[in-house]
Write a protein that binds this ligand. Structure first.
Ligand SMILES: Cc1cc2nc3c(=O)[nH]c(=O)nc-3n(C[C@H](O)[C@H](O)[C@H](O)COP(=O)(O)OP(=O)(O)OC[C@H]3O[C@@H](n4cnc5c(N)ncnc54)[C@H](O)[C@@H]3O)c2cc1C
Length: 364
């Protein structure tokens, strides 16, 4: 049985790893040239019931705990004047909550856990056709072709494999402008703290997080309908957006190393599903792209764990395993996607600060 996974991101690599532990080999086709081809972004908090559970199935809990930072869970929410609205501190050293891990560290941990040769780099999938003897014929940029019996699309937000299963389209839900401060001054490092900082205003958020390396990743979120992306390509344009805010907060923009890189954040409609297609399925963002409010990677890892368990449990009928996985995944993702859409809308509403404080304040 030739199993192809397109996309060597968090979902695809976790799937390959768990299947490997069950003695099932796969080939992961990844478009990037090598593991260091691109910086992987900021931190992720892995939830016990999803991301951490999948890493346990992958036999990587000890490695995760060695690399994760429970203190990264600390977060503060400020208003535009710099007043603290919420300050959450996890118990020191506890892995009971949602410890943070740098995305690059997590991806490296997964890559290092796979037999060499599992990931075929520099293979951007460009076409999928039915294979002559069943299965699929895959074509990659540059013209290379190969066949497989089972195809799992783990190729992220703009998945090519997705179009084989559904005609769903993506909708912009926000604009994100990312900045980096590789060597922050002590006052900026203190402002952000060991984890996350969110400064919430009227339809705009200035956020920052501290990576394990000490680098600060700054993210500015705006409603998707705000203005054309090209209006946000200079620091001065961003500072205008935050006119009147406490300068201690907007120093996060002034101190950035790079020019702003705005990009649209998109999501699939909640409740997206498809009629089962033999020997073909999707995991992660390819299956259910959601607003980025803390669930996407966790659900991608859980997809991988659940799909691997089905395939390992029904080796005689892998297509039945895919079908069962899809039914369970659709039922699980529906409410998560709806919650993510609600939180995304709340974060960029005119009353975001009050709503977010209520969200984070436990009921008495
Ligand atoms: C700003 C931001 C912050 C986020 N924060 C969080 C968070 O805190 N917690 C959380 O749980 N989630 C978060 N998410 C969501 C999370 O990043 C994604 O849900 C997660 O990465 C999905 O994993 P994946 O494996 O499905 O896709 P990806 O990680 O995107 O991996 C897809 C892989 O497929 C490859 N690929 C794409 N097309 C092709 C092709 N044609 N051929 C071959 N390879 C291809 C890509 O190069 C990539 O390596 C955030 C997202 C954003 C945008």
């Amino acid at each position: 049985m030739r199993i192809a996974i397109t996309g060597g991101g968090l979902g695809g690599l976790t799937l390959a790893r768990i299947l490997h532990r069950h003695g099932i080999s796969t080939t992961v086709y990844e478009r990037e040239a090598h593991r260091h081809a691109r910086t992987q972004g900021g931190m992720l908090d892995l939830h016990p019931e999803s991301g951490q559970r999948a890493l346990a199935d992958a036999g990587l809990t000890a490695q995760f705990r060695a690399a994760a930072r429970p203190q990264g869970e600390e977060h503060r929410i400020l208003d535009p004047a710099g007043r603290t609205l919420v300050h959450h501190r996890p118990p020191p050293g506890s892995f009971a909550g949602r410890p943070e891990i740098d995305r690059t560290t997590l991806r490296d941990l997964l890559l290092d856990s796979l037999p060499s040769g599992t990931v075929t780099w520099q293979h951007r999938l460009t076409d999928v056709q039915p294979g002559a003897g069943g299965g699929f014929e895959l074509t990659f940029a540059g013209g290379h072709r190969t066949g497989c019996d089972l195809l799992i699309g783990a190729d992220g937000a703009r998945s090519l494999v997705r179009s084989q299963l559904t005609a769903t389209t993506l909708t912009p839900v926000a604009t994100l402008i990312e900045l980096t401060i590789a060597d922050p001054a002590p006052e900026l490092a203190n402002l952000v703290g060991p984890g996350n900082l969110w400064c919430i205003g009227n339809r705009r958020i200035l956020a920052a997080q501290r990576l394990g390396t000490g680098t600060l990743k700054v993210g500015i979120s705006l409603p998707a309908d705000d203005r054309p992306l090209d209006d946000y390509r200079t620091k001065n344009a961003l500072l205008e957006l935050f006119a009147g805010w406490n300068p201690d907060l907007t120093a996060l923009i002034t101190a950035a190393d790079n020019p702003p890189t705005p990009r649209p954040i998109e999501a699939m409609p909640t409740g997206t599903s498809w009629a089962h297609h033999p020997n073909l399925t999707l995991i992660g963002d390819a299956a259910h792209l959601m607003p980025p409010v803390g669930e996407g990677a966790n659900q991608a890892l859980l997809d991988a764990a659940e799909l691997a368990a089905e395939l390992a449990g029904d080796r005689a009928d892998p297509d039945a395993a895919l079908r069962t996985y899809e039914q369970k995944m659709f039922a699980r993702i529906g409410p998560v996607a709806e919650m993510s859409a609600r939180v995304q809308a709340m974060m960029l509403s005119p009353t975001a600060a009050e709503d977010v404080v209520r969200f984070f304040t436990p009921a008495q």
